[in-house]
Design a protein around this ligand. Sequence first.
Ligand code: DGJ
Length: 541
Amino acid sequence: MKCKIISVTIFLFCLQKLHAQKSTTLLPRLEKQGNHVQLLVDNKPFLVLGGELGNSSASSHAYMRPIWPKLKQMNLNTVIVPVYWELIEPVERKFDFSSVDTLIKNARSNKMKLVLLWFGAWKNSMSCYAPAWVKTNTTKYPRTLDKNGSSHEILTPFNSNNLDADKRAFVKLLGHVKQVDVTQYTVIAIQVENEIGMLPDARTYDNAANTAFNQDVPEQLMSYLNKNKDNLLPEIKSIWEASGYRSSGKWEEVFGKGLATDEIFMAWFYASFANELAVAGKKVYQLPMIVNAALNRPGAKPGQYPSAGPLPHVMDIWKAAAPSIDLLAPDFYNPDFKHWCDLYTRAGDPLFIPEIRFEKGIDAKAFFAFGNYNCLAFSPFSIESTTQPEKEPIGKTYDVLEQLIPLITKHQVLGNIRGFLIEKDSIQKDIPFGDYLLTVHHEYKMGWSAGARDSIWPLAGGLIIAVAPHEFYVAGMGLVITFAPMVNNKKAGFISIDEGRFENNKWIPGRRMNGDQNHQGRHVRIPANEYNIQHVKLYSY
Ligand code: DGJ
């Protein structure tokens, strides 16, 4: 009998171990492959073809009901969606996760993943999602003060009650997600807060903040700066250099006097706060964690824009203070998409776009982002606002990109992929790619489409993947690509170009694209109103 009990115990122990192992392997996670970071979901490299919901949509199950089919029609594989502190903890320490459960249930039944946005202490600088018991007790949960001593509805990060209350709810949220989701992994990442940023001054002037401002720069930051002196981003490096690379001292001694230092100081404390949440949350459930930024308007001074969030010019401060935050992410409402993508990736970081304005041109930008950067996520904001989901260009783009996820993620790591973003008159000439030089221009330049006579042309975009030295997949819309071999005096000819689809990772060719479709063998072309993939084989003569 005793023997039987022991064997059953051993069996159960092994079963548990097996389950634990399985769970660890399947947890959504970020993994480094060479210089690249991959997001693994269900153990496979994954790209978030997402959409972020408008702020209030997910607060009502009934309101959400007609939205899910729309998201499906736009081929989203992930919904980026807020979860609200005020609804989750309406009464102090009494938690209600029904809103989260409903989201998870509906995401699963629509075969989608979720990225949850923790609308906790801060949402677009403000603390409007703090529960009433926090908002109304300003003695226990103090606010920031501006230079004139006037308070704002922004919880100060210099107060441990604020941190403890926010952290406790965040940890409970992760515990709950783990409990309901650890075998299915519907939730693949969590954003800590939303667009943290200081207003209307570059820093807060509450008493605790003033005290911290007159203390030495924390040792952790100084040692990060010293250790990474040669690799610091230029913005922080030049500020530190101007003060003679001082290795200790008060904030204004190390970084000089001015708004830039106020912002650095604030960034350190915001990032440390976010990091505390991430550390505590990951102890409970280790999901990838993101912090997003409202990009600053060029020319605006700290305080005039939401300052001290994870912006390019204070990225080093965020990295030093918040090592448990995995991704610093830009929200795109500014022009000059490429410029900001370059800034966010210049230190070798992946690109995660939780928000981009839902407007014309995002189809081209999505192709460009996944083709040109180590991009893990793309997600127009207020995606449910469309009235014609079946016609949305982003839906057609996602249909193409979803088929290509295995190829894109494989070749992002190998470096055999490029993206293009083409405006009306821009020609990108002689782009080196493997054995070839590529030239890419807008399809309207051929003058064949009626739209070519319009004064405004739609943005065109696409990507190319080299699967072998003379074999490529091209995807996108509105592009013409020509190939020239690197070898002098040789020309490139097409053996074949096939339009087609990937079904279950298998290439199913459709039309053979020859004659007028490749201008009698001169180029690869995807018309501006089409979204497709073409398989290209070349030879030289
Ligand atoms: C950026 C914020 O992160 C979103 O929550 C939303 O407020 C949009 N701005 C509105 O444009």
